[in-house]
Design a protein around this ligand. Structure first.
Ligand SMILES: O=C(O)[C@H](O)[C@@H](O)[C@H](O)[C@H](O)COP(=O)(O)O
Length: 242
């Protein structure tokens, strides 16, 4: 019976309070990294949850010119597509003060998964590791990043010794083909947050963290490998209208 991995859990009264707190914390970690290393790297997830947090973070007065923003994962669609995570980040995070940040997306123009992964891996080759801050989301199937439970290459995606930085993902439940940062990049982040909203996701998360989980959900696999105990940011509302 494997005991649950260590993590923090911060519950907020609503999505706005969560967004403000998470933005403040992430900005603090980026500011500290810029102060000590002269630069900082943030990797964020897409989906429907983070827009409110992104808008809050975009207003934080840090030295965004020294911050690189990248994606934890991407749908293999152009940045003009509604489902593009790059589009979401450009519209809600890379604005206001954060407009000055450097953005390294995972879409490179090809929808061929293997070629796209190679190109994204090369784009991130000079990205200093470990990442200073990573913000994950989670689906109701316990996936995080694009580590979908039905992914054809899930073992490779969750390999703690993976050498690649970006891998392609094909999973029936994912919708379109994906690209995702590999587990080592995510798990070794100096600050790792999981941003989830709604009772259903809290239940899924808590079940995934219960001891004795025979086949751990991807979110648990990440938490078990995290070099710094992650922090969960949770609010009860699932209001998707940011
Ligand atoms: O590209 C993506 O979809 C994300 O990176 C993914 O990991 C997301 O965080 C979860 O699927 C939750 O998505 P929602 O916020 O839409 O529930």
């Amino acid at each position: 019976m494997r005991p649950p991995p260590p993590y923090g859990f911060q519950a907020f009264e609503g999505a706005d309070a969560l967004a403000e707190a998470l933005a403040e914390t992430v900005a603090g970690h980026l500011d500290k990294a810029v102060g000590s290393n002269g630069r900082a790297t943030l990797a964020v997830s897409g989906g429907t949850t983070p827009a409110r947090f992104f808008r809050q973070l975009s207003q934080r007065p840090i030295d965004w010119e020294r911050v690189t923003v990248t994606l934890v994962d991407e749908r293999l669609v152009p940045p003009t597509a509604a489902r593009s995570n790059e589009r979401l980040v450009r519209e809600t995070l890379l604005r206001d003060r954060a407009e000055q940040a450097r953005f390294v997306g995972l879409w490179s123009g090809t929808a061929d998964p293997a070629a796209a992964a190679t190109a994204a891996d090369e784009r991130l080759a000079d990205c200093p590791l470990p990442l200073d801050a990573v913000v994950l989301g989670m689906g109701l199937d316990g996936h995080t990043a694009s580590y979908f439970p039905d992914a054809e290459n899930l073992d490779t995606l969750l390999d703690p010794a993976a050498r690649a930085r970006v891998l392609p993902v094909r999973a029936q439940s994912a919708g379109e083909d994906r690209l995702t940062l590999t587990l080592p990049l995510v798990a070794r982040a100096r600050f790792l947050a999981l941003h989830i909203e709604g009772e259903a996701k809290r239940t899924v998360f808590e079940q995934a963290m219960q001891a004795g989980t025979a086949s751990p959900a991807p979110i648990r696999a990440v938490f078990e490998r995290a070099t710094t105990p992650p922090t969960v940011y949770w609010a009860p509302s699932e209001d998707k209208k940011p």
